[in-house]
Design a protein around this ligand. Structure first.
Ligand SMILES: C[S@@+](CC[C@H](N)C(=O)[O-])C[C@H]1O[C@@H](n2cnc3c(N)ncnc32)[C@H](O)[C@@H]1O
Length: 249
């Protein structure tokens, strides 16, 4: 954690230089919501004071950071300007979450998403395609869809698990993990999407790690997105896939 005074001072200085031009603020870095509510409220207030044109403040949020925060504290954060959080659920499957040492469960992620939703904070949930490897692919897809169905996030994104520095460290901790090939990644996506029952969620699979770019609103675009995946499974040569050189984290 950075010193509170240093953070408040940098907000003041940013306000002095760019005050009216700033519309969006992201609370960096990894997990700003690990801070006590009081400190977060001071930061949100400083942003409002020094950058009055800000319309959206967002942050990453690990579900466990909300465990100790009551519903009324989260409501206060929302009222103070926290509009949107990105929650790296990664999977809804407890075995996958344990294998990758996320230190979260289906239930802990669900609780956090429900608390955020009740406070009116927009939730953007990330799921990692391929995270369970071959061994858990089915349950990873099914349980991740179940998590989304239960919590109905406003945004849902899938990224492909990637290892820019090699897989060794990951495989050492999760020895039964075998990477999914291109077709298996698509098959997992098909299973995940088929099981989704969302009322109004913006779905994006367009991060640089994705081979197949998918965008739409669920449920309205479910059949179109599924047919794009099925086409990529049946005729990968005709699918508009992102070239390997353009993929990354
Ligand atoms: C930069 S991380 C920070 C999030 C936060 N610290 C957490 O652990 O939930 C944001 C998201 O990037 C994605 N991500 C992280 N490592 C990844 C990897 N090796 N491959 C693909 N996506 C990854 C995950 O969905 C993660 O939640």
């Amino acid at each position: 954690m950075r010193e509170e005074d240093e953070v408040l001072e940098s907000i003041r200085l940013t306000g002095e230089r760019y005050g009216d031009q700033v519309r969006r603020v992201f609370l960096a870095d990894g997990d700003a919501l690990v801070l006590p509510t009081r400190r977060l409220l001071n930061i949100l207030e400083a942003i409002r004071t020094h950058m009055p044109a800000v319309r959206r403040i967002s942050s990453y949020c690990l579900p466990r950071n909300l465990k100790k925060k009551s519903q009324s504290e989260i409501n206060e954060l929302a009222a103070a300007g926290l509009k949107m959080v990105y929650v790296g659920a990664e999977s809804g499957d407890d075995q996958v979450l344990a294998a990758v040492k996320k230190c979260e469960t289906f239930a802990s992620t669900c609780d956090a998403l429900d608390k955020l939703g009740s406070a009116g904070i927009t939730r953007s949930v990330m799921i990692l395609n391929g995270l369970g490897g071959k061994v858990y692919t089915r349950q990873h897809a099914e349980q991740s869809a179940k998590l989304a169905n239960l919590t109905q996030p406003e945004y849902l994104a899938t990224l492909v698990v990637s290892f820019p520095k090699g897989e060794q460290r990951f495989s050492a901790e999760f020895p039964e993990w075998e990477p999914l090939g291109q077709q298996e990644l698509f098959a997992e996506m098909e299973q995940f999407l088929s099981a989704l029952e969302l009322k109004r969620t913006v779905f994006r699979s367009d991060h640089a790690s994705n081979l197949l770019i998918l965008k739409g609103t669920l449920g309205a675009d479910k059949e179109r997105l599924l047919s794009q995946i099925r086409q990529a499974i049946e005729r990968p040569q005709d699918a508009d896939l992102r070239p390997t050189w353009a993929r990354g984290l």
